[in-house]
Design a protein around this ligand. Structure first.
Ligand code: G6P
Ligand code: MG
Length: 218
């Protein structure tokens, strides 16, 4: 039976994926690098460094330049999350977290972000989670299974008893590699959209967490 839920953060519990995108767009614009919303789809759930490498393509930047660009992007992002409040928790999240706790299911956050703790605090979710695995927890980023395995270990659970909720392809891949059950979140759209493809490998695909109950998932 399911004993633990591991939630990705950006794009699952709150819409910070948008703020990550805007920070990268600002950096790319300043650097004169081609980038847009569509190109950003490939960066969903991808680590800070891998995201930057993707944006610069084959431009020859020094390591020092890469470092300052990553710091700059992070500065823009950190600025934009200052005003996050509990109002920014996505619909259905609180209800599901409460239901899981009631049912005795352990809850962890599994986010690649080094800003995850700040975001969780600002959203007022700290008391609702049992463990946080973030951008400081492991070396290898998603799609490696490491972050989710770390989260399961923090909860004291076997991976096969855990469910991961993700909005990114790299995250679903990581969860499957960890031997966990997966719920992919993708906005409902007609036809074969990129959004559907993103989490197409998940065991269950849902538009969001609104009205989602544990009983439906079991
Ligand atoms: C999450 C987000 C990505 C972000 C990564 C690193 O996976 O979905 O967009 O690049 O975390 O976040 P950080 O805040 O450490 O730059
Ligand atoms: Mg995400």
């Amino acid at each position: 039976a399911i004993q633990g839920f591991i939630f990705d953060l950006d794009g699952v519990l709150t819409d910070t994926a948008e703020w990550h995108y805007r920070a990268w767009q600002r950096l790319a614009d300043e650097e004169g690098l081609p980038f847009n919303r569509e190109a950003n789809e490939a960066l969903r759930g991808v680590s800070r460094r891998e995201s930057l490498l993707h944006i610069i393509g084959d431009q020859p930047y020094s390591e020092a330049a890469l470092q300052t660009m990553m710091e700059r992007k992070n500065r823009y992002y950190v600025e934009s999350i200052q005003n996050l409040t509990p109002q920014d928790v996505l619909p259905g999240v609180i209800e599901l977290l409460d239901e899981l706790r009631q049912a005795g299911i352990k809850i962890a956050i599994g986010s690649a972000s080094k800003n995850a703790r700040t975001v969780i605090e600002k959203l007022g979710l700290a008391d609702r989670v049992d463990a946080i695995a973030d951008g400081y927890s492991v070396e290898r980023p998603k799609p490696a299974p490491d972050l989710f395995l770390y989260a399961a270990a923090q909860l004291g659970l076997d991976p096969s008893h855990c469910v991961v909720v993700e909005d990114a392809a790299a995250g679903i891949e990581a969860a499957i590699a960890a031997g966990m059950w997966t719920i992919g979140l993708a906005p409902a759209v007609s036809g074969a959209s990129p959004e559907e493809h993103r989490v197409g490998a998940a065991h269950i695909v849902l538009p969001n967490l609104m009205g989602v109950h544990l009983t439906d998932l079991q």
